[in-house]
Design a protein around this ligand. Structure first.
Ligand code: SAH
Length: 242
């Protein structure tokens, strides 16, 4: 019986490992290309066709890899037309709603935006992609921690995450050009209005938890603050329990 010598096997092993590495890379690149295609389709069919027209918003939605903001088993569903679970009973909003809220605050580079309800960090990443500096607060410690790590890993240096009750806003960095609230509150938290600049815009779902709520646009003027209903929505509740 003939035995193989290890020094003869070594080049074969190295070659096989290289081959495997190249194959894995090719599969990864294929997957990335498929996700990019799905994202482009999402922008066309879910956003543009429903009236989202701000180029900055559309560009941001086409850039942020939504499949990396959900758990790996949901990655294939990331570009479908609906919300998805992110754990702890919370959800990442439907792409259309994220785009609508982004467009509503009229993003321009260097804007300072406060977000309440970090969740997965997706909405914060979309806002950051428009060139804004984003301060975002999350009440569930595990979500705050995982979103902060994810945003850092993906290079979103313009997003600052804090764990806490967003009811009180983030005084230290106020005033904000815009406030985006992604959990439904029974009323507009007064500290959030105080921390909004004069001339600034807030977009917030208002109404009873678990029922249909109204997405409101609040514009803070010199003399008065004007609130307008934009559309019926369904968001997870704004929590006050810590
Ligand atoms: N913007 C998120 C989706 C958020 S879901 C995304 O893009 O993934 C709403 C989030 O608001 C949940 O994570 C919930 O825990 C958080 N939340 C609810 N009440 C809050 C509060 N008082 N302060 C801060 N975050 C709150």
């Amino acid at each position: 019986m003939q035995c193989f010598r290890t020094h003869k096997l070594r080049p074969v092993l190295i070659f096989s490992m290289l081959l495997l590495g190249v194959a894995a890379w090719a599969v990864g690149a294929d997957r990335d290309a498929a996700f990019e295609k799905a994202r482009e389709r999402m922008v066309r069919t879910q956003l543009q066709r429903r009236g989202i027209s701000d180029p900055v918003t559309l560009e941001a939605m086409a850039s942020v890899p939504r499949h990396l903001f959900v758990s790996p088993d949901l990655a294939e569903e990331a570009y479908t037309d609906g919300p998805l679970p992110i754990g702890f009973g919370q959800t990442i909003s439907q792409p259309y709603i994220v785009a609508f809220m982004t467009e509503t605050v009229r993003p321009v580079p260097k804007m300072k935006i406060l977000e309440v309800g970090t969740g997965s960090g997706y909405q914060a990443a979309v806002l950051a992609e428009t060139g804004a500096e984003v301060y975002t607060i999350e009440i569930i410690p595990e979500l705050a921690e995982s979103a902060a790590a994810r945003l850092q890993r993906l290079g979103y240096v313009g997003v600052h995450v804090k764990e806490g009750d967003g009811y009180f806003g983030w005084e230290e960095h106020a005033p904000y050009d815009a406030v985006v609230v992604t959990a439904a509150a029974p009323f507009i938290p007064p500290p959030l209005l105080d921390q909004l600049k004069t001339g600034g815009r807030m977009v917030i779902p208002v109404g009873s938890p678990f029922l249909l709520q109204t997405l409101m646009l609040v514009e803070k003027g010199e003399e008065e603050t004007i609130s307008r209903s934009l559309m019926p929505v369904r968001f997870v509740p704004f929590r006050r329990d810590g």
